[in-house]
Each structure stands twice: as structure tokens, then as C-alpha cells.
Design a protein around this ligand. Structure first.
Ligand SMILES: [Zn+2]
Length: 457
């Protein structure tokens, strides 16, 4: 064990410091880093880590935030205390139960730690399990209220990313929080057209929804998601912003990487991330509320489940409606705690069409003389031509192939309905990427004074 005076690398994480009343976990870290300055020796971008999106009692945004830095053990513990002092108190009313965790960064690589990380990405983690690991791992940790924030803080502190994206989050000045955001919508659309796919999910063009800004009292002004932090810093200038910006912070994140699906299984356990190769066994049906569902049988396991595409998935539903029995698909999503006709329900997050059944349509035969479709005389009584009045007692219906209007591919909901973790189509093929070397300054809060707040004047 290193002595208390030796420099070591640390991971310090927080979760659940947010509420709907104008706080946000990323903003807690932003303001902490702004006050700490470069006396804090960051060795990587702050991490924003999203977890299994199917957990019903998740914290808002369902993500924890961590920083990685070098310090002696004594200094690290002081930094822990400083951040701890900035955490808001627990609040039942606001459903806020902050947690903070300090671990040696080396511990992240340990097998049992990574096993826990896989679990928090795909399953339900109980507080006791988190505390059990924290007791063996953490130098310091503290949970307030129900201590639920400890789960996400631990998750963020041990995140291990083979693939990652960046998000530049910008923050509003205190006096603006709660007021409408002054971002010109047309500039967000232009931004999407200019920067996609290097910067993605800025605007849902099919549904005409800008996606960079949260709503309400959130202190975040906007967030830009992309592959490269330098591009994010260049790109934000293309947005027309008419309010002051308190600053920005670039997070390295598992958003847009499908990390939860990467570790998922086809176990039908409620609230778990789920991936299965299946066969469509019932025609899709429309439900009240605009949802569409069909029955799927697992290809290898022989169990059946409902795959449901909910209304917010918008255009994806028109793909689902074209499926027919025997199509081979991959269903990815979350297991819901909902059983209909003894079968559990999967909330569809991604559909892969692997193989399409040829589309065959049954048609009445043609009259050999008139070349018109014959009409049926009733079951087992053959056909009749309306034009020449001839009967054809032995004629049989014919099968004609029709165009299914589908092809094997990956289909997602539109960006406005995607989970934070969902990998956009434009990122397929990236798989994993190596971390480039970036200027250390980028790890700290960035002044964004050159926004166009005065442009209209
Ligand atoms: Zn005829």
C-alpha cells in the first residue's frame, strides 16, 4: 500500500445531488471544479456515466459523475471533504439522496469491481451490495438520506469505457434559471445539419424537436454530444444564444455507446437490459395509446414474450407494423414488470431485422380468356368469371410475392425518444476507440464568453 505522502490516482464521484428545483449533479461538479481550479490535478475528463435505464426508481437523469485526479492520500481525503461540503442536503420532498465516493483509481480494474459495473449497467443493484463493495474499496464514502446516491456514485467512480463519447454541458447564470432558454431554434437545426454525424442528437429532424436543451429549472443551458471535445468547442459558436453562459464542462461519457446492451442477456427478469434473437410469431397489433406489440419467440431458448414499441418511438412503429410471422429479428430493450396472457413485456429500444420472411399474398386465379381475376363462389366451390360467366370448379388461389418495404437493418426510435445510452446509427462501426491525448486544460471548466448573447443588439 502506498504511503500517505505518495502521489496516487483517485476517482471521486457523486450522484443524486439534483432535483427539479434547479440543481443537477453535473452542475455540482462544475461549480466544485470552478472553485478548486488547477490546484486539483485532473488526469482525465470528468466522467458522466449513465446506468441501466430500466430501473424504475432511478435518480433523475440516471447518471453519476466522477473526476479522476492525482493527489496524496491525505490531499485526496481533503478534496473529498471539500466536495462533500458542497453537496446539498437530502430531501424527501425533492426525492434527493446524495452520495459521494472516493476510491483509488487502480481498483477500477479489479475483476469483482468490473463485475459490479456490468451489473449496474444492466440490472438492479441494491444499496446493500453497493455498500458491501464500498467497504472493501473506498477510502471514504458518504450517503445522505436513503443513501441511494451511493449506488450511482460508486457506478460512476468505477466506470470503464472501451467506447465513449463527449458531452459539452453549459450552465446558466443563477439569475436565468427558471426563465425560458434564449437559444434560437433555427440555429439548432442548422447546427444539426452542419455537424451531424460528428455531433449527434442535436435535433430530431423528423419530429421537428430541438434536443440540446433540457426543460424547466435545470441549470444546464444546453449539451452537445459528439466524438471529439475540440469539435464541440468549435461547434457551439454556431448556436445563436442570447443569454449569458456561466461556463461549460466537457464530460467523457458512455452516452451513445449501447454499453448497457453490450452486457445484456436474454433473461426475462424485470428491469434488466435485454437482448435476444427471436422469431416473430404473431402479426403486430395496434394498442390504445398508439403502442404496437407482437409476440416473439426466442430463437434458441423457446420462450415467448411481447415486444412492445411504445408511442414515443413514433416512426419506429411503422417499421414494426410491417413485420410478419417468421421474420427473424434481434430485440434489444428492457424487461418490464408487466405480464399479459402469461407472457412478459419487453420495452423495445432497438430492432435488428436479421432475416425477412418472403411476403406472399394469396390471390384468386385469372380467367384464361378474359385475364381478369376470378371471384370465389364460396368455400370449396371454385371460382367464376364475372365477365364471361364461366365457372372454374377446380381452380386454386395463387400466391404472389410482394415487396415487404423492409430490409435487414438496425432500426431505432427517433433521437427524441432514444435513451441517453442508445447508440445512434451514425456511431455504428466505431465499436471501441482509443483515448487521444488532450490538453489538460480541457478537463476543467471552460469559459464560454464568446457566445453571441449580444448579437441581437
Ligand atoms: Zn372470363
Amino acid at each position: 500500500m502506498p504511503s500517505s505522502r505518495e502521489l496516487q490516482s483517485w476517482s471521486l464521484a457523486i450522484d443524486d445531488t439534483d432535483s427539479l428545483q434547479g440543481d443537477c449533479t453535473t452542475e455540482t461538479m462544475f461549480s466544485f471544479l470552478a472553485s478548486a481550479g488547477e490546484t486539483l490535478k485532473l488526469i482525465d475528463f470528468p466522467h458522466l456515466i449513465r446506468f441501466n435505464p430500466n430501473v424504475p426508481w432511478k435518480t433523475r437523469g440516471n447518471g453519476g459523475v466522477s473526476i479522476r485526479f492525482q493527489a496524496t492520500r491525505k490531499d485526496a481525503e481533503e478534496i473529498f471533504e471539500e466536495l462533500n461540503r458542497r453537496l446539498p442536503s437530502a430531501s424527501t420532498e425533492l426525492n434527493r439522496n446524495p452520495g459521494i465516493v472516493l476510491i483509488p483509481l487502480d481498483a477500477v480494474k479489479e475483476a469483482n469491481v468490473q463485475k459490479f459495473y456490468h451489473k449496474i449497467m444492466t440490472r438492479v443493484v441494491l444499496l446493500d451490495e453497493a455498500i458491501e463493495l464500498l467497504n472493501t474499496l473506498a477510502v471514504s464514502y458518504l450517503g445522505k438520506g436513503t443513501k441511494r446516491g451511493l449506488i450511482g456514485a460508486l457506478g460512476a467512480s468505477i466506470a470503464s469505457l472501451n467506447d465513449f463519447t463527449f458531452e459539452l454541458l453549459t450552465y446558466r447564470t443563477r439569475d436565468m434559471i427558471g426563465q425560458p432558454r434564449k437559444i434560437e431554434t433555427a440555429s439548432v437545426l442548422r447546427f444539426e445539419k452542419k455537424w451531424f454525424p460528428r455531433i449527434f442528437n442535436s435535433y430530431d429532424i423528423d419530429n421537428d424537436i430541438p434536443l440540446i436543451a433540457p426543460r424547466g429549472k435545470d441549470p444546464v443551458l444546453f449539451g452537445l454530444r459528439g466524438e471529439n471535445p475540440l469539435e464541440l468547442l468549435e461547434a457551439y459558436r454556431d448556436l445563436e444564444i442570447y443569454e449569458p453562459v456561466a461556463g461549460g464542462l466537457i464530460f467523457k461519457t458512455n452516452q451513445g455507446t449501447d454499453q448497457h446492451l453490450e452486457f445484456a442477456t436474454n433473461k426475462l427478469i424485470p428491469f434488466q437490459a435485454f437482448v435476444d434473437t427471436g422469431i416473430v410469431i404473431s402479426p403486430p397489433e395496434d394498442l390504445q395509446g398508439g403502442h404496437v406489440r407482437f409476440l416473439t419467440r426466442s430463437k434458441f431458448e423457446k420462450f415467448e414474450y411481447w415486444t412492445v414499441c411504445y408511442e414515443p418511438s413514433k416512426q419506429l412503429r411503422s417499421i414494426i407494423r410491417k413485420l410478419i410471422p417468421n421474420d427473424e429479428i434481434e430485440v434489444a430493450g428492457g424487461v418490464r414488470n408487466l405480464i399479459i396472457d402469461k407472457r412478459i413485456t419487453i420495452n423495445l429500444e432497438r430492432l435488428k431485422i436479421l432475416r425477412l420472411e418472403p411476403g406472399m399474398i394469396r390471390e384468386n386465379p385469372h380467367c384464361p380468356q378474359c385475364n381478369k381475376h376470378l371471384t370465389s363462389k364460396g368455400k370449396g366451390q371454385g371460382f367464376k368469371c364475372k365477365k364471361c360467366k364461366k365457372s372454374f370448379p377446380d381452380a386454386k388461389p395463387t400466391l404472389r410475392k410482394y415487396d415487404r418495404g423492409l430490409h435487414p437493418a438496425i432500426y431505432l426510435p427517433p433521437p427524441s425518444a432514444q435513451r441517453h445510452l442508445t447508440q445512434p446509427i451514425c456511431r455504428y462501426g466505431i465499436g471501441s476507440k482509443a483515448m487521444e491525448k488532450y490538453n489538460q486544460e480541457l478537463f476543467y471548466p471552460i469559459s464560454l464568453s464568446k457566445t453571441r448573447e449580444n448579437k441581437k443588439e
